[in-house]
Structures are given as C-alpha cells and as structure tokens.
Design a protein around this ligand. Structure first.
Ligand code: ADP
Ligand code: MG
Length: 621
C-alpha cells in the first residue's frame, strides 16, 4: 500500500493558520498595533484605506529590527518574545505566538521598513505570497512601518465574505480603541481615506477615555480602585443614569490586554443590581492587574479570552469594589456596615461641583391645542400630539370601566361586555355614540372590535408596530416621509463606533424624516425628525436602533432597510398601558386592516385573535 500523508508546504500551512488569526481587516490592525506596542513605541499611527481592504499601515517609533530579524519575523513560529515553554506563564508582551506576520504575509502583499536606533540605515522588505520578493537597504526613521495591501487578494472567497466598508471600519475602530485604552501613555492616531478619525495624545487613563468617547464622558465616570493579593483593580464605571441600550462602552483589560469575559461582565452587572432600568447596560473601563502566572492567555488564537486561576474570587472582588464605588459616589444607597457612611458623606459633598438650578419647560405645551388626530389620517397615532396623555372627556368613563376590567382580569370577555353595556347605558348617556362605533379598549392593552360574526381582540402595540413598519418601509424605499423641523437642533452624543453605524444608516434614516446636520462622534446634531415621534424620544429610539444593529448585522441593503423599519416601528409603536380614545382605537383598527399583512408583526408575532359567535355560544353551554 502506498503512503498518502504529506507535510503541507509552508504557504498552505500559513494560509490555514491565517484563517484563525486574520478574519477581517480589523484582525490585521490588532496584530500590527500590538507588535508596535511590544516594540516599545511611544507613538503609533494607523492609516487605512477602504476600510483596510486596500491598505492598512501601522508606523511606530519603537526599537525596530535588524536586517536578519526583519526577514525572520515573517517565518512561522518566529518570535523574539518567548524562548521556552515556561515563558508562556510569565507573559509581559501582547504577542508570543510568532504567527501574526507569517499569517498576514500569506494572504496579503506586505511591505516592511524598519530601522534600529543604533543603525545608520534601515531595511525594506517586500513579501508576496509568503515569499520574500525583495530586501534592500532604505532610508527610514527609527522604528517600523508595516504596510498590508490587498488583503485576501489570493482568497477571493474570504474577500467576498467581508462586510460593507462601514461595518469593517467599525471593527477597526473597535480594535484601535481597545489598544488605545489599554495604553494611554502611548500616543495614537487613526486616519481613514485621508480623514483623521482619532488623534490621541499621551495621557492618563481617564483622559484617554474622555478623548475617545467625548468630553461629556468625564462627568459620567465613577472611579473604581481595589487592591488585594489576587488582583489590583483600577478604572471606572459609568454612572447608572448614563447606561445605554447598546453594549458599546464595556471594556476589561487584564495586564493591559483587552479581554472578553461574560463571567466578569456578570459581576459588574451584579454590582449595578437595582440601579439600572431594564435592558440597559452600564459602561465600564476596568483595568485588572494580576500575576501573569495566574492566567492562561494561550487558549484562543486572537487572545481575547483568557483563563483565570481563581475566577470566583475575582468575581466577588470585582463586584464588591464596584458596589463600594457606586455607594461612595452617592449613586447607590450605601448599605455597608463596615464603614461609617456618615463620615464619607460630607467629603463627597465637598467634591461635588456647584451646578446652576435648572428649570424644565415643556416646549410642546400649547394650552390652545385641540386634538389634531383626524387631520393626520395617514399617521394613525401621533404620540407627541398629546392625545394619549390628554384627559379626554371619555376618560372618566373609561377609568370606571378599567376598574371593572381589573375585577374581571381573568379575561372573561363575555362578562366584561355585559358589564360595560350596563354601565354606559345607564350613567353616561353622552358616551353612547362612541360605544356604538364598535371598538373598546381592554386593560389599556387590547382593542376589541365587533365583527359581523363575533369579535376580534387586537394587541394595540403589535398592531401599531405593523402599521408603522409598513409605512416606514414605504418611506425608505418609495417616497420619503415629511419631517418635522425642530426649533432648536437636538444634540446627541454617540461614540465613534455608534457614529459610524449612524453614518451607514443615514440615507435610510433621512428617508424616514430625520435630518442630520452634523454627524461627528461626540456631537450628532439633528434638525429634523419624523413626524410620528416626539423630540424627547429621539435619543432612546436611536439607541435602540443601534443596539438592534449591533446584535444583527444585516448583509444586504434590503435586510438593512427591513431591520431599520422593524426597529423604529417597535420603538415608535404605542405601548401597552396607553389609554386610547375612540378615534385612536379606530385609527389602529382601520390602519391595521389597510396593511398588506395584518396578521403578524414584523417580528412574526400574532397581532389579533378572533372570537366567533359560535365560540362565544360554546362558552355558555
Ligand atoms: P509575535 O508578536 O507573536 O512575536 P509576530 O508575527 O507578530 O509574532 O512578530 C514576529 C516578531 O517580529 C516579533 O516577535 C518581533 O520580534 C518582530 N516584530 C514584529 N513587529 C515589530 C515591530 N513593529 N517592531 C519591532 N519588531 C517587530
Ligand atoms: Mg505579534
């Protein structure tokens, strides 16, 4: 029998290894910046073109490489960072696997220029298809410049698999921020297609966070500090009131390496227990220093997951130190028996900045405003018109009802119907006309409408979200919606990552009625909003939208439009618990049955149920 096993040629082995290390342009960015940090640079500049698909260039002023090292650095398992297996348990550098450059060189055109401080002249190497195409002396400054061009040029499948430029740029920004947050003592810059996205001077942790996430971040940060034998924790958590729906600003660093840890994330959430509104995520920037021997970083090729020796203790320490900080900074009730909180309080007050008292004026309030509901027939429900909050003449009547409904909370509809007829019939003559229109609201959640042969129970939130979804979809794809001009532009803050997402969604959002006059990280200025929403809801609505897009990255334009319409419709639709007057109820019923698909919500949930006369009769047997 013939032997069939062969050792794979290097370039094939490298391509396979590259699959693990390099998933997308952002992976290259991560590896190159980490190498620059390991080289001891104090200034690192990143330049990308077309979301890194055409060019990724990282320059540093670190220690550089000799002529031979420059060549060797592209060999697989070639590293200057560890010498023996024991070194794996005492890592002080970001890299150690000696795989990154070899992997990158297997799937892109790479050029490297490098010079050591004590050398007169540098060396330049060009690599194509894992092979050194040329190496020659060159003039260059101290340090290293690595340029990676045409990523995945030889693996078309991988190249096609890449997402849109804005999505890939977002990933790059994420990686860049992670390293920049871990190393505030190094200056960083990021340029994309000639535009400066970040210019971060050398500074401390707090200032670096502020430089990345915007000036207003400063007031949101609560310092966390703790030192035990096991771990030293420094950093910040965001005050609970600034928590967001998106999970954007959550960072753990262990020995200056960004890591992902659902377990430790849980510890932080546990510390915030009771302080966060549902589904909100606290911001955190936490730096843990542990003995390198107590962790294992070598469990994942991209090194973002690590194993701790004593995870449980770490959990407990983290949780209690954050709890303590939140308490100390008057953001959580202090229930700490070991310290005298009376002693802390005056000092905290002293530290508090003096703020001017503020007056809140409801700019929308118009004492002469009358219901304008019927004028807007294409917009079944306009929340900011106040219709839902206004005490309509029918409200007292309906409140009386609600009591009855509560008593019948076991959803015995036949019973309720009977009671309602009696009540309205005797006591409230003037409401007669309304009850005859054939709709009725139950528990501020359902609209009941009579049918020829029975009745139908409609979930008001679901129905409205279907109506809005179809309308939004039409606006985005066919005819742009009219927008309401804001008297004073609205200024919102989003981080660079979120702003990149908004940039991507901008054309569609504008079709729905949004007008963005400025779209910069830290300052998003909005001068127009869709007719259907209130100014006060814009921020929460956009946050929800970004959070939805973060969890589900749509591949095609159609899916993106669909997700946008779904997400906005969900946020804009009236909620359960909103009292609807008769006109509003009718608008929902009519709007729903004018929809292309009246049965299901955009998220495929049932919108209504039907009860036929027969069903009812059966119940009376
Ligand atoms: P690792 O970082 O795991 O050692 P890499 O493939 O990323 O593996 O790099 C291989 C080697 O090349 C490094 O160990 C280092 O000696 C050298 N090197 C890479 N990038 C730089 C740089 N920017 N400056 C100096 N040396 C570098
Ligand atoms: Mg490396």
């Amino acid at each position: 029998m013939t032997d069939i096993i062969q050792v794979l040629p290097d370039h094939v082995a490298n391509q396979i290894a590259a699959g693990e290390v390099v998933q997308r342009p952002a992976s290259v960015v991560k590896e190159l910046i980490e190498n620059a940090v390991d080289a001891g640079g104090t200034r690192i500049d990143l330049l990308i073109k077309d979301a890194g698909k055409t060019l990724i260039q990282v320059s540093d002023n670190g220690k550089g490489m000799s002529e031979t090292d420059a060549r060797l650095s592209f060999e697989r398992h070639a590293t200057s960072k560890i010498k023996m297996a024991e070194d794996l348990f005492d890592l002080k550098t970001k890299g150690f696997r000696g795989e990154a450059l070899a992997s990158i060189a297997a799937i892109a055109h790479v050029e490297l220029k490098t010079k050591q401080t004590d050398s007169e002249i540098g060396t330049q190497i060009k690599i194509q298809g894992s092979k050194v195409a040329s190496q020659e002396p060159c003039v260059t400054s101290n340090g290293t410049v690595v340029s990676v061009k045409n990523l995945f040029y030889n693996i078309p499948a991988r190249r096609n698999f890449l997402k849109s430029n804005s999505v890939e740029t977002r990933h790059i920004i994420d990686e860049f921020q992670r390293v920049a947050l871990a190393h505030p003592q190094i200056s960083f810059s990021l340029h994309h297609n000639g535009n400066e996205l970040f210019q971060l001077p050398e500074t401390n942790h707090r200032q670096r966070i502020v430089n990345i996430f915007g000036a207003k971040t400063n007031e949101k940060l609560v310092p966390v500090e703790e030192e035990t034998d096991l771990v030293k924790i420094t950093g910040f958590v965001g005050k609970p009131e600034f928590s967001k729906r998106t999970r954007g600003e959550q960072f753990f660093f262990v020995n200056n390496r960004y890591i992902k840890s659902p377990y430790l994330n849980h510890a932080v959430n546990a510390a915030f227990e009771g302080l966060l509104k549902d589904k909100k995520n606290p911001a955190y920037f936490l730096y843990l220093s542990v003995d390198p021997k107590s962790i294992d970083i070598n469990i994942h090729p991209t090194k973002t997951e690590i194993k701790f020796d004593d995870e449980h203790a770490l959990y407990a320490i983290l949780r209690s130190s954050i709890k303590h900080s939140l308490g100390q900074f008057n953001v959580a009730p202090v229930l700490d028996f070991e310290r005298d909180s009376n002693l802390d309080t005056p000092y905290d007050y002293k530290k508090k900045p003096i703020s001017n008292p503020t007056i809140e004026v409801d700019r929308d309030f118009n004492p002469f405003e009358s219901s304008n509901f019927s004028e807007k027939s294409t917009q079944p429900v306009k929340r900011n018109s106040g219709n839902f909050q206004k005490r309509s003449s029918s409200e007292s009547w309906e409140t009386l009802y609600n009591g009855l409904q509560q008593e019948n909370a076991d959803n015995n509809f036949t019973n309720i119907e009977f009671e309602s007829e009696e009540v309205s019939g005797h006591l409230f003559e003037e409401e007669k006309q309304e009850t005859q229109t054939g709709t009725f609201q139950l528990q501020k959640k359902y609209i009941i409408s009579s049918l020829k042969n029975g009745m139908i129970v409609i979930d008001q939130h679901r129905a409205h979200s279907r109506i809005l979804y179809e309308e939004l979809l039409k606006n985005i794809t066919v005819k742009a919606a009219v927008s309401q001009q804001l008297l004073f532009p609205l200024h919102l803050q989003f981080n660079a990552h979120e702003t990149a997402m908004l940039e991507e969604l901008k054309p569609s959002l504008e079709q729905t009625g949004f007008v963005f006059s400025k779209l910069k990280a830290d300052d998003v200025e909005i001068t127009g909003i869709p007719n259907l929403i209130a100014e006060s809801e814009v921020s929460i609505l956009l946050e929800q939208l970004l959070s939805d897009f973060e969890h589900e990255v749509p591949d095609s334009g159609f899916l993106q439009t669909d997700l946008l319409a779904k997400s906005l419709a969900k946020s804009m639709a009236i909620k359960a618990g909103t009292l609807l007057n008769m006109e509003e109820q009718l608008a929902i019923v009519n709007g729903l049955f004018a929809c292309k698909e009246a049965n299901l919500t955009p998220y495929n949930k049932k919108i209504f149920i039907r009860l036929t006369a027969e069903d009812l009769e059966k119940k009376f047997i």
